[in-house]
Ligand binder design. Sequence first.
Ligand code: PMP
Length: 354
Amino acid sequence: MTSTRTAAIDRYAPDETPVAIDLADNTNRWGSPPAALRVLRDTAPGAIARYPDAYSTSLKAALAAYTGVEASAIAIGCGSDDLLDAALRAFADPGDRIAIPVPTFSMMTTFARLNALEPALIPLDASFDVDVDAVVAARPRLVYLCSPNNPTGTLLPRATIEAVLERTGAVVILDEAYAEFSGVSAIDLVARSPRLLVARTLSKAFGMAGLRVGYAVGAPTLVRELEKARGPYKVSAASERAAVAAVTEDLGWMRAHAELAVGNRERLAVEMRRRDVDVISSAANFLLAPVADAHTFARRLRAIGVAVRAFSGLDGTALALAATRGSALRITVGPWPEMESLLAAFDRVRAACE
Ligand code: PMP
């Protein structure tokens, strides 16, 4: 009854039981941009009976101003998930290989399998950089890169992105979901490479994960193919309106809160290192903290009101992860009182484990 593709994967099943402080999904702990909230309150009921704009023209215009590219170089999706998934159909055929440096955003391997692609998982090197020789050797039709990378928080050197573009003939999907926290982007490379597609989202720094809005930037020819694979009407009328308001009126809100997240991330890193936890230097709004038996640790944290994401067996050769054999907690950074609660809970769980 089911396809072999869906039979081979698990349904995504995050723990959705309510928790006092949820630091598990890297969303914006300060909330949502005020202009977006105002637009949602004011959206006329008449707008709901009709289909939205098929490919979100107004939002493309707003994002063109924000990113500095032409609107024809932008595709909009129902979260960046939607665009990552569609890109695999647009730029590869069943049986083709996609190179995925790991550890990274685990949904990519799932999307690869759902689209009948063969994932070639290539461990990041000791400094969390991509092993470009191994990517080239895999002879991929597609390459997925993520910078800052989830779950490590690490940035890819620009030279690595350029080398992957130059040394493979692949379409390169660069996931910049957390770019606003790093102050770094490779969107400008799109003008030079017709094979680069940069995926972005309003779910993180823009605080709008619940509205499901993502976008991709690439050469207009790439974007048109991507839109074919994605299909029309993926972003609701209300989401599009709120997103336009956020991107045009709330950049100050977004930047101020991204800055707070970065400041608190560094403060939290100091506190964790003081506790002899060798957190990985991050360019995103989360920290990866290697701890033994992360799943048990996270369960105990949750029991006392703090949710974080546990990982085990993270692939890669990075020394920081070798000590715990790839067991780590990923902690979303939020307002400092939440970080204090996290640290107190962390200390309690650790004391109980000793
Ligand atoms: N890429 C990365 C690296 C992510 O961490 C996430 C969210 N966890 C996404 C893409 C998907 O985000 P969304 O679909 O909400 O845009």
